[in-house]
Design a protein around this ligand. Structure first.
Ligand SMILES: Nc1nc2c(ncn2[C@@H]2O[C@H](COP(=O)(O)OP(=O)(O)OP(=O)(O)O)[C@@H](O)[C@H]2O)c(=O)[nH]1
Ligand SMILES: C[C@H](OP(=O)(O)O)C(=O)O
Length: 211
């Protein structure tokens, strides 16, 4: 099956601005995309990048500079079904969880993100369209219900872990050895135990200042 991966690397991951400058956010977003593509390559599915600007990557590419929702819906209106949509900021994803995503037979499968987003979708019915941002998981479930489409939830920690905010970096360093984790380690990020709370966090080496 084709897996569409929307990717906009013009001004990516703005919520990581407190810890990464623009150049670093672009490198890190690109590393996360590499992890997602590496996982897909270990499956029989075919990646298809939906990008906002041309890319040198060797995968099948569609360039569309419209907003995320508009570009994905345009793609859905013309593509063959079923199709999957997988976000690029899921560096913990593995071939096994990608395969699991396809194991449900309902018209719609959704892997929700922590915080209410929609990290992955499998769409088998043409009456479905996307509406990203906010609590899009709930919106997508409601949209499916209003079209009488059954939904399966793919409940996966790895697919739920989208990297949006500085605290999410901890999950990457803890649970991955891929390109994004390597980028973080190379750029001075390591695990830390907070003295007061005993909670695990990441800290950045002082010699790796983001300025
Ligand atoms: N093609 C396309 N992809 C997008 C667009 N906006 C976001 N994406 C991709 O959609 C996925 C989820 O996006 P977000 O989590 O909001 O990531 P982001 O926009 O880079 O991060 P923030 O600036 O922090 O919101 C990622 O794979 C992004 O690269 C867009 O306008 N067009
Ligand atoms: C695209 C958006 O991502 P988030 O902002 O939740 O990471 C969503 O999943 O609706």
């Amino acid at each position: 099956m084709e897996i569409l991966i929307p990717f906009d690397n013009r001004e990516p991951k703005t919520r990581l601005s407190p810890v990464l400058n623009r150049d670093e956010r672009q490198q890190f977003a690109d590393a996360m995309l590499s992890d997602v593509l590496s996982a897909i390559k270990e499956t029989n599915h075919t990646p298809h990048l939906l990008v906002t600007t041309p890319t040198d990557r060797s995968e099948k590419v569609t360039v569309d500079d419209r907003s995320l929702t508009a570009a994905v819906n345009k793609f859905l209106s013309t593509t063959k079904l079923p199709v999957a949509i997988l976000m690029s900021d899921l560096p913990l994803c593995t071939p096994a969880v990608i395969e699991r995503l396809f194991s449900y037979e309902t018209p719609i499968t959704i892997a929700p993100g922590l915080g209410g987003g929609t990290n992955a979708l499998v769409i088998r019915d043409r009456s479905f369209s996307v509406d990203y941002h906010g609590y899009s998981y709930r919106d997508h479930c409601q949209h499916a219900a209003s079209n009488s489409l059954a939904v399966s939830e793919c409940d996966s920690r790895r697919l739920a872990t989208d990297v949006d905010e500085p605290t999410d970096l901890r999950e990457v360093v803890l649970h991955s050895d891929g390109a994004a984790a390597t980028w973080l380690r190379t750029n001075g990020f390591s695990l830390n135990i907070e003295q007061k709370s005993g909670r695990v966090s990441v800290k950045r080496d002082e010699n790796n200042n983001r300025e």
